[in-house]
Design a binder for this molecule. Structure first.
Ligand code: ATP
Ligand code: PAF
Ligand code: BAL
Length: 359
């Protein structure tokens, strides 16, 4: 185990000193973390675990708040897992904001200390492992035929997000298996924004008899409906203004469902109209002003199998979801806010709404 100062380097160490004594331990390796976990086990404390890839925002913090309300101790992992990125995806540019992540977690612990709402747990440990720790035998492989020890959950992992990102859920299931084995949490917390990831984790826990309770937190949004996401920092102002199109489209589809229509054509038709109108509007603008995007999918699927459905069965409900790729900014303007990556990185936005089964 590293003290927070040693783990963070001199700049953050001095920052941490200014704030107050670090309120959690930072672990880079497994054995010291296991030692702490075993101590907690012996004193009947419960661990809620929130896996993240860092670049923390209010979505992550809401999961941590939920974990603190339901456990005495919260463990958070910060690890950008290479095996869930395809070979042409944004692994190298993925936002890494360790210093501000630690500040946010410190602030949150301060909030928990002040809280009068019982019971309130606190963040006890951050696990920020190296690649060598997480993949001890072979360097991690992202190619589809790459060698390594992997967990695969098929056919769930091949649908929707998996159709566009073929190694994504293999990487997620693999790293989550490792993390669950290391942390041995009582409860794990995932965000509904990544609805297919939630379905895959639940299936993995069931099929492998993993002794953990999977808890899902609701999607945190910006004021205009855009789902919060670490990758939103790539958008810049032009693409940011168009990004809410996906949540608007899903809300229109939901309104159609709530008006009593159960058929795919009606429900998805409402979403597609919003998306098509927005795209026409943007195409009519000059390349120096517009933000173009491609729709990867807008889906109405069975909540268990994720297969596309023609009709919502009210007793089962459905998952309405979508993915849109914001294309690189054309003809950037002087002084334009282009976001991280200078507007050149395509940004995949995902979102969903769950139609709950009627009781
Ligand atoms: N807006 C959100 N509301 C609630 N939970 C969220 C939100 N965004 C992410 N999460 C959850 O936080 C956990 C960690 O996600 P991750 O670190 O990949 O952040 P992210 O914002 O989803 O990043 P990315 O841009 O890579 O999708 C996941 O369980 C994810 O579902
Ligand atoms: C669950 C996860 C931390 C695994 O790397 C990641 O997929 C994420 O942040 O959603
Ligand atoms: N939130 C999911 C992580 C990813 O897109 O790689």
């Amino acid at each position: 185990m590293l003290g927070v100062k040693k783990a963070l380097g001199p700049r953050v160490a001095s920052l941490a000193r200014q704030v107050h004594t670090p309120s959690f331990q930072v672990f880079r390796d497994v054995p010291p973390l296991r030692e702490l976990r075993n101590q907690l086990q012996r004193s009947d404390r419960t661990v809620g675990f929130v896996p993240t890839m860092g670049a923390l925002h209010q979505g992550h913090l809401s999961l941590i708040r939920q974990a603190a309300a339901e456990n005495t101790d919260v463990f958070v992992s910060v690890y950008v897992n290479p095996t869930q990125f395809g070979v042409n995806e944004d692994l190298s540019s993925y936002p890494r904001t360790w210093e501000s992540d630690v500040e946010k977690l410190e602030k949150l612990n301060g909030e928990f200390e002040q809280s009068s709402l019982p019971p309130s747990g606190r963040i006890t440990a951050i696990f920020a492992p190296t690649g060598q720790v997480m993949y001890p035998t072979l360097p991690p492989a992202s190619a589809i035929d790459g060698a390594g020890s992997f967990v695969t959950i098929t056919p769930l992992a091949t649908k929707l997000e998996g159709a566009s990102r073929p190694v994504f859920f293999r990487g997620v299931a693999t790293v989550c298996t490792k993390l669950f084995n290391i942390v041995k949490p009582n409860r794990v917390y995932f965000g509904q924004k990544d609805v297919q990831q939630c379905a895959i984790i639940k299936r993995m826990v069931k099929d492998f008899h993993i002794d953990v309770d999977v808890r899902i937190g609701s999607t945190m949004r910006e004021a205009d409906g855009l789902a919060m996401s670490s990758r939103n920092v790539y958008l810049g102002s032009r693409r940011r203004a168009v990004g809410p199109v996906l949540s608007e489209a899903l809300r229109a589809a939901e309104a159609t469902f709530k008006s009593g229509k159960l058929g795919r054509k009606d429900i998805l038709g409402a979403a597609n109209t919003i998306v098509d109108d927005k795209l026409s509007e943007q195409r009519s603008l000059s390349p120096s002003k517009r933000a173009l995007f491609e729709v990867d999918y807008i889906s109405l699927a069975d909540p268990d199998t994720l297969d596309e459905i023609e009709q919502v069965d009210p007793s089962k409900g459905a998952i309405l979801s979508g993915a849109v790729k914001m294309l690189p900014v054309e003809e950037p303007q002087a002084n334009e806010d282009l976001g991280a990556g200078g507007g050149s990185i395509p940004v995949r936005l995902i979102d969903n709404i769950i139609f709950k089964p009627s009781s």
